[in-house]
Design a protein around this ligand. Sequence first.
Ligand code: HEM
Length: 163
Amino acid sequence: MGVTSSAAHLGFLVTLGLSVVLLVAALVTAKLHKVKAHIGVVAAMVVALLATIYFAEAVGRHYYIDANMQRIHLPLAFLAAGTLLAPLTTGFLHWRGRVGVKAHKISVGIWGVLLLLALGTGALMLMASKPHESFAPGEGFVPPGESLTTPPRETPTPTPSPN
Ligand code: HEM
């Protein structure tokens, strides 16, 4: 059974807020050179980010997603998720004394830019999409069970009334 619309929205807002707070805490603990706290907060942030992705997906299931925005958002979201490995790896290597802090900072910067782009385009995509209850068939929207490559459905032409 899927998550209800309100539970998905609430879960998304809570986990997104938590992720942002933990990201700020990761930056603050790093600046203060509190390494153990930094690593702990980063671990919690990764879990919060995974939960955010889960709830974002659950929210999306209650919308007819705008196909054009989805084409822009999805690659950025996958890039942001994938490049999270860069700050995690360089952070670990810096901790073990294998790379300088500069490599870690650069990877944090690259990931941060992609994360902002993913969040921004995700918000724009949701704004351009329609909740299921307000659906009016139209081009650019992907009904459930159909993919981006499904050709648009033909709109039935109204049959003229006999009189
Ligand atoms: C997305 C995850 C991460 C972010 C956003 C992040 C962010 C940062 C930033 C911005 C700095 C530089 C602070 C400064 O000197 O101005 C830093 C330093 C550092 N990070 Fe990370 N980091 C992350 C993951 C990790 C991980 C996974 C580890 C280790 C397992 C780690 C270990 C360290 C260490 C040892 C330092 C140096 C702290 C010091 O100067 O005393 N980081 N991190």
